[in-house]
Design a protein around this ligand. Structure first.
Ligand code: NAD
Length: 353
């Protein structure tokens, strides 16, 4: 199959591309504008693989996107391109409106025109997977989990822009019949995540002996999923989901920010016995909470388990150990990101996207 992955050079997009390329059965085209979160070494890793091709373009550029559809004639689109960092959306929301809303609209329109021009079986089999977040549902109290029927109540500009994009994707299915599937996933962690996000930022700060500032009391709860599990879920959805379906995707793994920081510090203590910064938990410092900080997210992903047989395979312990090891082993990749870690003031988790 020919599969177009928007945002393919990013954190989750690159994991999806690698997954698709692993079997050697698909041709993968990454559409990415190569913004700040697209690491050149991530791109080099993808380009080294047989069956991968990069198209550098902005999803909000209708001519460029239409030309990419015409050139590659994809059977599937997995749409991940987005501005993804909550803190940036608070500082400067404009780019989030432009990419996440206008860009998604532009992509949907290009997909619709292309799909309407297909015939017979190609038209029936085409799918566009719109990849979104559980943050569109706002904050939970102490009980309950988000599911496919949860009410939209986004709190940050990032979440609001993703919610708007979800509505556009659903409407393009309801109005035009475009075979769209929407997924809403919990917080991802794993290799190749830009180090403004909680997990890599904690690892790199701790290794350097910098303090680990935690927003508020650090008791905000998130559901954590290893990125390769998310990639597997998206591949299953792209290949097998029915048009108009929606799926929650999560790790069934609720932890507070403080739990996550402590687990990473313990892993670093184990892996770096000679570090002058041991015990790394001594670097934890609480700072003022972020405005509009959601208290708890949790996801019920039983529908995707029932209908497509997907469930997370990597435990948090294993996934965190693999992630910490990856950042320790990949200095050049981290250096190519610039010194973001040192500039950050507070650590939340919604920055995760
Ligand atoms: N990270 C998470 O925990 C998480 C959880 C649920 C859903 N999501 C969603 O998954 C998707 C990917 O997230 P991520 O964490 O990999 O983000 P990321 O920031 O690592 O990657 C985003 C990619 O999109 C590209 N991009 C941005 N704007 C673009 C544009 N206008 N045109 C073309 N390319 C553009 C960037 O260059 C980058 O390579 C996003 O849609 C996000 O909302 C993320």
């Amino acid at each position: 199959m020919r599969i177009l992955v928007t945002g393919g050079a990013g954190f989750i997009g690159s994991a999806v591309c690698h997954r698709l390329l692993d079997g050697g059965r698909h041709q993968v085209i990454s559409l990415d504008r190569l913004g700040y979160a697209a690491n050149p070494l991530t791109v080099a890793g993808l380009n080294a693989r047989h069956g991968h091709l990069l198209e550098r373009a902005d999803i909000a550029d209708s001519q460029a996107v239409a030309a990419i559809f015409a050139r590659h004639r994809p059977d599937r689109v997995i749409h991940l391109a987005a501005e993804s960092h909550v803190d940036r959306s608070i500082d400067a929301p404009g780019g989030f409106i432009e990419t996440n809303i206008v860009g998604t609209f532009t992509l949907l329109e290009a997909a619709r025109r292309y799909w309407q021009g297909l015939d017979g079986s190609e038209r029936n089999s085409f799918r566009l997977v719109h990849v979104s977040t559980d943050e569109v549902f706002g904050s939970l109290g102490v009980e309950g989990r988000f599911n496919e029927d949860s009410r939209y109540a986004p709190n940050s500009p990032y979440a609001a822009s993703k919610a708007a994009a979800d509505h556009l994707a659903r409407a393009w299915h309801a109005t035009y019949g475009l075979p769209v599937v929407v997924t809403n996933c919990s917080n991802n962690y794993g290799p190749r995540q830009f180090p403004e996000k909680l997990i890599p930022l904690l690892i790199l700060n701790a290794v350097a002996g910098r303090r680990l500032p935690i927003y508020g009391d650090g008791l905000q709860v998130r559901d954590w999923l290893f990125v390769e599990d998310h990639a597997d879920a998206l591949v299953e959805v792209a290949l097998r989901a029915a048009p108009g379906a929606g799926y929650m995707i999560g790790g069934d793994c609720q932890r507070t920010n403080l739990d996550m920081v402590r687990a990473i510090c313990a892993e670093l203590d184990r892996l770096l016995p000679g570090s002058p910064h041991r015990p790394h938990a001594g670097l934890i410092a609480h700072v003022a909470d972020r405005p509009g900080h959601d208290r708890r997210y949790a996801t019920d992903s039983s529908r995707i388990g029932r209908e497509l047989g997907w469930r997370p395979r990597v435990t948090l312990e294993d996934g965190l150990a693999r992630t910490v090891r990856w950042y320790l082993d990949n200095d050049p990749w981290c250096a190519a990101c610039g010194d973001v870690a040192a500039r950050r003031q507070g650590l939340g988790t919604d920055g995760n996207g």
